[in-house]
Design a protein around this ligand. Structure first.
Ligand code: HSE
Length: 404
């Protein structure tokens, strides 16, 4: 019997307890061992929960219990989640987590600490909810160089974009719905402003290129400025609009960014809707490989947490088990975002002479009239060149969205 403790009995924490209990037989069948929840740490009491008797308010009850060998941290936020993780690893307990904030901010240090103490730190659920992405990148793609990763990495914003832009629902209603379904962060600003996706793309960049960037130092733009007119404009060009995390190497340095993108419908990411996430990895031998599944929500995310627990139990006592490995990026590791160029879709307020003005700047680029706006797709432009080109047109710019 392997005893597990859960830190944080919220959406994912209670989900992990339920997966371990409801799927106990299948886990025993596949693993040949029983995994049981022994303790749950939370500030609250849960008298109506079947797990209520396991709840403690004192972290030391877990830290000092020699029978607990694996701790699942699902508290969210950096502190005390990071501090408790560190203490568990130092005490010789393996830790699994869904907490992308801790992984993105402290992952390199915690992996090193785990290795030093002969235990493991796994974080499958920190990116893509229930989608297996971390383990495939660490194991199955170990023979490949990663060229780029493009991902729809936030279930809440994908749900909002789908319901708002495709189905005409109001932003407030859809956000409330996403919160009720347990998709959104405690403060949904992290979802809609792109920070949650930024944390996830820096984790994928670290796995791809070995350097853990600071999520607060990368370019990050959320979905708050995207309108139904943008979706109509995208449709006119055979595209859809999605919030994309992107990473690649530029001149040997790591570029990672989050922004809305117009995506041609021929790209599989364009068809990823609702709470689903899609992660398109381009690897030098495999080529493009798409990972797809539910990116948020209780059972999917909990399933990924339990997958890490099973991985640890299955490899207990074995040496040389593959672990993610990366180091904290220095300033010299960050690519120059100013030099990065993408095609753009510019939308201007339409006027009688708008098409002429646009063609003077963008040549014979593709244009479309959508309602009261006229849009054009440019060649790849840097940030500075894009701003200059849009200003040169001499029309009121209503929207500027990067293409993928
Ligand atoms: N708020 C996150 C999302 C939860 O919507 O994707 C899963 O990480």
């Amino acid at each position: 019997m392997v005893n597990v403790a859960i830190l944080g009995f919220g959406v994912v924490g209670s989900g992990a307890a339920e997966v371990l209990t409801d799927n106990r037989r299948v886990i025993e069948k596949n693993l040949g061992k029983t995994v049981a929840v022994k303790r749950i740490l939370d500030l609250r009491d849960f008298p109506d929960s079947p797990f209520g008797a396991l709840v403690t308010h004192d972290f030391n009850d877990i830290l000092n219990d020699p029978e607990i060998s694996i701790v699942a941290e699902m508290m969210g936020g950096s502190h005390p989640a990071y501090d408790f993780t560190k203490a568990c690893l130092e005490a010789g307990k393996s830790v699994v987590t869904s907490n992308k904030e801790v992984v993105a901010n402290f992952g390199a240090e915690l992996l090193e600490l785990a290795a030093k103490n002969g235990v493991r730190y796994l974080f499958e659920a920190s990116v893509g909810g229930g989608i297996p992405i971390i383990r495939p990148m660490v194991n199955d793609l170990a023979s490949n160089e990663i060229i780029s990763v493009n991902g729809i990495l936030n279930g809440t914003t994908n749900y909002i974009l789908t319901k708002m832009l495709d189905e005409g629902a109001s932003y407030e209603d859809v956000l409330k719905d996403a919160q009720a379904k347990g998709y959104a962060e405690r403060n949904p600003a992290a979802d809609v402003e792109g920070l949650d996706a930024a944390r996830k793309i820096v984790i994928l960049a670290a796995l791809s290129f070995g350097k853990l960037l600071n999520p607060n130092k990368i370019y990050c733009e959320g979905i708050t400025k995207i309108s139904s007119e943008d979706a109509e404009t995208a449709k006119a060009f055979g595209c859809s609009v999605k919030l994309i995390g992107h990473t690649e190497l530029v001149d040997g340095k790591v570029l990672a960014m989050v922004s809305p993108r117009m995506i041609p419908c021929s790209n599989p990411l364009a068809g990823v809707s609702d709470v689903f996430n899609g992660i398109l990895v381009d690897a030098n031998m495999l080529g493009e490989c798409m990972f797809y599944g539910k990116g948020a929500g209780k059972p999917p995310t909990a399933s990924a947490v339990v997958a890490d627990i099973i991985d640890i139990v299955a490899h207990m006592g074995q040496d040389g088990v593959r672990a993610p490995k990366f180091e904290v990026a220095t300033d010299a590791d960050y690519a120059d975002f100013g030099a990065y160029a993408t095609k753009r879709c510019f939308s201007f307020a339409n006027t009688v002479d708008a098409a002429d003005k646009i063609h003077k700047v963008f040549g014979d680029a593709l244009t479309a009239v959508v309602g009261e706006r006229i849009a054009v797709i440019s060649e790849a432009l840097t940030e500075k060149d894009a701003a200059e080109a849009a200003a040169k047109v001499g029309l009121a710019l209503v929207s500027s969205i990067r293409m993928l």
